[in-house]
Design a protein around this ligand. Structure first.
Ligand code: FAD
Ligand code: FES
Length: 283
């Protein structure tokens, strides 16, 4: 007699997996990078640009992009800015503490589609964290891309994230790294002003360029419009729309932007899909 096999019940998408904090690195005075290891030993594969729902037990759950290197099998890494109750609980989590993880969720940067041409990455503030996996992916197969430019705007020199990586991308991977800040002490010798001011100095071939943009929405709007004005095709302008999210899996409608649920259709979407939907994208 053949035994009847029952399929295992589908995993509950709302159930967080426990991960232990194995490292907590203070990047700036309000931003921390956490390294997490799964208690069940099953690593979590992800695509550059995806996010997880991070759960601080007893406090709440928030969407946070994965900021680690997808080409290297290391711990799950998130870079978190302390802005409210849940992010505060996460940035103050101690090594050994357990947090919950759901995901990974959402669309990625799809760096493969940029191969063969130039790539311009524009980051504002904590927006460098979701772009970091894309930068590592590009650095890993640098010969597949033309010119690669990173334009990065931080609030002040003390808020510049990943200084070590910025140096490596520039020195070892021929990535043009241009940094600007909003405010600077008199000792700062670098640039001051918005990210858009860096575009005219950047060397790239607009019709043959893919742009990956992440930051506050106003920064993304101005950057996308400036790049469009320079001739970057709108279907090659990709933006990460980090609106408020609750479930992360298309169930609650919290992240809805007209026909899009940004947790599943995004967060990374192309400008040509976004522009008709948002007044903010209109001239
Ligand atoms: C797909 C996605 C990826 C994200 N990746 C990161 C990341 O890598 N690192 C990181 O630090 N943050 C990231 N965020 C933002 C993060 O989710 C919010 O900062 C967090 O939800 C705030 O929760 P809180 O309870 O700490 O603060 P709250 O008390 O909920 O909010 C504090 C302040 O932050 C603002 N805020 C809340 N949610 C967002 C949001 N989604 N975007 C912008 N402002 C918000 C609120 O309006 C309020 O002013 C991401 C958001 C999304 C949707
Ligand atoms: S966050 Fe619930 S549908 Fe997107």
């Amino acid at each position: 007699m053949t035994a009847t096999r029952t399929a295992p019940p589908p995993a509950d998408p709302m159930l967080p997996r426990p991960f232990r904090v194995t490292r907590s690195h203070l990047d700036t005075d309000d931003t921390v990078t956490l390294s997490l290891e799964p208690l069940d030993g099953e690593p979590l594969d992800f695509a550059a640009g995806q996010f997880t729902m991070l759960h601080a037990f007893g406090i709440g759950e928030v969407p946070i992009s994965i900021s680690g290197d997808p080409t290297w099998p290391g711990p799950l890494t998130h870079t978190i800015r302390d802005v409210g109750s849940v992010t505060h609980a996460l940035v103050t989590a101690q090594v050994g503490e357990v947090v919950g993880v759901r995901g990974p969720y959402g669309t990625g940067w799809a760096t493969d589609a940029a191969a063969g041409g130039d790539v311009l990455l524009a980051a504002g503030g904590i927006g460098l964290a979701p772009l970091r996996p894309a930068l590592w992916e590009i650095a890993d197969r640098r010969e597949d891309f033309g010119r690669v430019v990173l334009l990065y705007g931080a609030r002040s020199p003390a808020d510049v994230l990943f200084a070590h990586d910025l140096g490596r991308w520039a020195d070892e991977h021929a990535i043009d790294v241009e940094i600007t800040v909003d405010y600077a002490p008199p000792t700062w010798r670098g640039r001051v002003g918005p990210v858009t001011k860096l575009i005219s100095r950047a060397g790239f071939d607009p019709p043959n360029t893919t742009a990956l943009i992440c930051g506050p929405e106003v920064m993304m709007t101005l950057t996308a419009n400036a790049l469009r004005g320079r001739g970057v095709p709108t279907d090659r302008l990709r933006l990460s729309m980090e609106r408020n999210m609750k479930c992360g899996v298309g169930l609650c409608g919290h992240c809805q932007l007209r026909e899009f649920f940004l947790c599943v259709d995004g967060p990374v979407l192309s400008y040509d899909r976004l522009a008709p939907l948002m007044d903010v994208w209109e001239f």
